[in-house]
Design a protein. Structure first.
Length: 257
């Protein structure tokens, strides 16, 4: 383990001693040429193992819906090797993939396909990512009383959410682009308490998720920006309201291929 993380606690559970360095965004999400200078954090063996299982699934599935400039390379260079090692997932994707037509905004319909997707795994990974980014950028450990909430909002609700992280509310902020758009994120931190942070995550140019497979390929309400909020319990009531009114229960990924 790097000297940088010696005698550190795990950034994900904030209780166990760290035993390894973990990349907050798995290196497998990126092409090999883009794997340098990725955010990293100290991790214990238990958290590192749980996070790795989520990444095993998501690094194989999310590239199917990639829309950034390296989309085809990401799909062709890494995913086949991962699916060869996971025949069960390969069969599941083949079984659930269906042709569809997609229209974004006022654009013409374009041929695409949709595939069933376990959105709970994405939510769980984003919770790890929120904790890891808070540690990496601001050396913040979330205590046992702090929570991490994930909002898979509709794109319309995400636009409204953007006003919440204005400099007036969160004076400390940052924007990062990793791997030429493979991962783009924006972060904001409150002055008090410092554990109150908000993150907007966009992967692969905006992976389109839909809550309804029957309409995912037509005029479905979609979500391509994902939000993570960390902080004290009093934040929970606001997040729960947003979840009830605007969040999507992910059932499908819309593929760009």
């Amino acid at each position: 383990m790097s000297k940088k993380f010696k005698d550190k606690l795990c950034a994900y559970c904030s209780t166990a001693p760290a035993t390894t360095k973990d990349h907050v965004f798995s290196r497998k999400f990126f092409l090999e040429k883009d794997r340098g200078n990725l955010p990293d954090a100290p991790a214990c063996a238990a958290c590192n193992g749980k996070k790795a299982k989520l990444e095993l699934y998501l690094t194989a599935v999310l590239p199917f819906a990639a829309r950034h400039k390296e989309a085809t390379k990401n799909l062709l260079h890494g995913v086949p090797r991962r699916l060869v090692k996971n025949r069960k997932l390969q069969r599941e994707l083949s079984r659930t993939m269906e042709p569809a037509w997609l229209r974004e905004g006022s654009e013409l319909y374009q041929p695409t396909s949709i595939v069933s997707f376990d959105g709970t795994k994405l939510e769980e990974l984003l919770k790890y990512i929120g904790r890891g980014l808070a540690w990496y950028h601001w050396a913040v450990y979330l205590g046992p009383e702090d929570g991490v909430d994930v909002l898979i909002l509709t794109d319309h609700a995400s636009a409204l959410m953007q006003s919440f992280i204005s400099p007036r509310n969160f004076p400390t902020g940052l924007v990062k682009d990793l791997g030429g758009g493979t991962v783009w994120y924006e972060g904001a931190q409150a002055t008090e308490p410092v554990t109150l942070t908000v993150w907007k995550i966009v992967m692969y140019g905006g992976v389109l998720l839909s809550s309804d497979k029957r309409t995912a390929g037509t005029d479905a309400v979609t979500s391509s920006q994902w939000w993570i909020i960390t902080g004290p319990p009093e934040v929970t009531s606001m997040v729960d309201h947003l979840k009830r009114s605007n969040a999507r229960k992910d059932a499908s990924v819309i593929s760009s291929s």
